[in-house]
Design a protein around this ligand. Structure first.
Ligand code: COA
Length: 251
């Protein structure tokens, strides 16, 4: 079975992270499948709303660390077209995606498992969420446009504190900060996301697309993502990142 499940039901395409044994850490294959899912959703007018959800206890433990280790030479190679790497293709697809995007989040969300939420238009969360951004602790920099999106969303000081001090944010705090729209039980999560999607289905697709278009500047965001990405790639060889990854892989 694929690590990304795709299911179209009555205008709602659900893309489900399906690697629960590894806390849904995102591999290259998963980025590719998500990118294809978003491309399909863009092209198919029967798809009106996309929901990103995850199987298992946790939403996503960030980028797969084995992949980071394996791809280090590619990340460092200036002759490689980094925009064409699976993670950047996915980030580009989500940045330019122009239909409503809903996330349904439970349990732990780490790294890109959090920063991808900043690209979603609506986020429904289970009451057990724990959101963390360990980039600085790992000697890296925040990515996926989060250095632009997060301060815009919650203010500079709170964004900086979260990124630099590495606190874990729970459901109520996330709701108060405006990072999630609603908090529900774990059991009620899928239904809550479906209910949101069904409300959107009642609206005009073109009104939604134009509204989303006015609210975001994907070109600017993509330039920030590329700039963050260039530094992120260099920082992968920082002593802190190397030590953290080796320690994780040696467990
Ligand atoms: N990449 C690859 N594998 C990962 C992973 C990741 N990012 N996160 C978790 N896993 C794997 C673990 O290796 C473990 O696999 P195993 O059972 O084969 O040993 C499995 O998922 C369960 O993880 P575990 O660490 O035992 O769960 P936990 O509940 O104790 O801790 C986390 C959960 C998310 C706190 C912890 O797994 C973690 O810190 N992961 C790394 C997060 C990270 O730094 N991501 C990159 C950000 S840039």
């Amino acid at each position: 079975m694929s690590d990304i499940l795709s299911h179209l039901d009555n205008g709602v395409l659900t893309l489900t992270l399906n690697r629960p044994a590894k806390k849904n850490a995102l591999t290259k294959a998963m980025y590719c499948a998500l990118t294809e899912g978003l491309a399909r959703a863009s092209a198919d007018e029967d798809v009106r709303v996309v929901v990103i959800s995850a199987d298992g206890a946790d939403f996503c433990a960030g980028n797969d660390i084995d992949d980071f280790a394996q791809d280090l030479p590619l990340f460092q190679d200036d002759n490689v077209d980094h925009d064409d790497m699976p993670v950047f293709r996915f980030l580009k697809a989500i940045t330019f995606f122009d239909k409503p995007l809903i996330a349904a989040v439970q349990g732990q969300a780490v790294g890109v498992g959090v920063t991808l939420l900043l690209h979603c238009d609506l986020v429904v969360a289970a009451e057990d969420i724990r959101l963390s951004l360990p980039f600085l602790k790992l000697g890296l920099v925040p990515e996926a446009g989060s250095t632009l999106l997060l301060p815009e969303r919650i203010g500079h000081q709170r964004a900086f504190a979260w990124m630099a001090l590495g606190e874990v944010i729970g459901a109520e705090e996330a709701r108060q900060l405006g990072l999630v729209n609603t908090v529900t039980t774990r059991e009620g999560l899928d239904e809550a996301a479906r209910a949101m999607a069904h409300k959107l289905l009642k609206l005009s697709p073109s009104s939604l697309r134009h509204t989303k278009g006015f609210m975001r500047d994907p070109e600017k965001l993509w330039q920030v993502i590329r700039a963050e990405g260039a530094v992120f790639r260099r920082q992968l060889t920082s002593p802190e990142a190397q030590a953290a990854f080796l320690a994780f892989l040696a467990r």
